[in-house]
Design a protein around this ligand. Structure first.
Ligand SMILES: [Fe+2]
Length: 205
């Protein structure tokens, strides 16, 4: 085949913490405790995340506040480094470090519109609860705004469509480059979608 695939991007998905493990149960319990205690987060969420709760605008350094989140960070570090290796980045001049990690609760009719994670290099989410009738995460083809007059892609070419939806299992981690636009369309399950999101930056040690 003379065609050369070029300018590829990668999304990483792997099992990270077994749902039957004590760490998984501790993180899920702690998410409830955070949500119950975080008044500032509820205020932020009521303006920016209607029907849901996130500690993105309040408690976003949970790895420095909780030993369970610090344990999760150690696992995430390994996945992030495997991802970076696959991307073939040369990061030796600085350090890839987790800088922010926060919790998210999407109740019925919560949505998270298209966005990127500015200034970070790798972002991702660890999933605690993903109801079967709930929302997937949806990625946009990074070339999307360059497609002027391109014919549609065959329906069978799932990974070549302009949008790619992924529905991770509880215990999975999903990683992507922070510039990749993504959203979580409106969550229509009665069961909440629970997750922990994070950013890794490339910073001076
Ligand atoms: Fe995001």
């Amino acid at each position: 085949m003379p065609s050369l695939p070029v300018f590829s991007s990668q999304i990483y998905q792997a099992s990270c913490v077994k749902p039957s493990s004590s760490l998984f149960r501790a993180l899920k319990k702690e998410l409830s405790q955070i949500e119950a205690a975080d008044a500032q987060g509820h205020s932020w969420s009521s303006k920016n995340y209607p029907n849901g709760y996130t500690s993105y605008g309040s408690w976003d350094r949970m790895h420095q506040m909780s030993p369970h989140f610090a344990d999760l960070q150690k696992l995430l570090d390994k996945h992030v480094h495997a991802y970076i290796k696959n991307l073939q980045w040369d990061v030796r001049a600085r350090e890839i470090q987790l800088t922010r990690i926060w919790v998210n609760v999407m109740r019925e009719n919560t949505l998270h519109g298209m966005h990127i994670h500015p200034l970070s290099v790798v972002s991702g989410t660890f999933y605690l609860q993903t109801p079967a009738d709930g929302s997937a995460i949806k990625f946009e083809d990074p070339r999307f705004n360059q497609f002027m007059n391109r014919p549609p892609v065959k329906a069978s070419a799932k990974k070549e469509q302009p949008f790619l939806s992924i529905k991770p299992k509880a215990g999975d981690v999903l990683l992507f480059e922070s510039w990749m636009r993504h959203e979580v369309p409106i969550h229509q399950s009665k069961t909440p979608r629970l997750s922990i999101s994070f950013n890794y930056d490339w910073i001076r040690a």
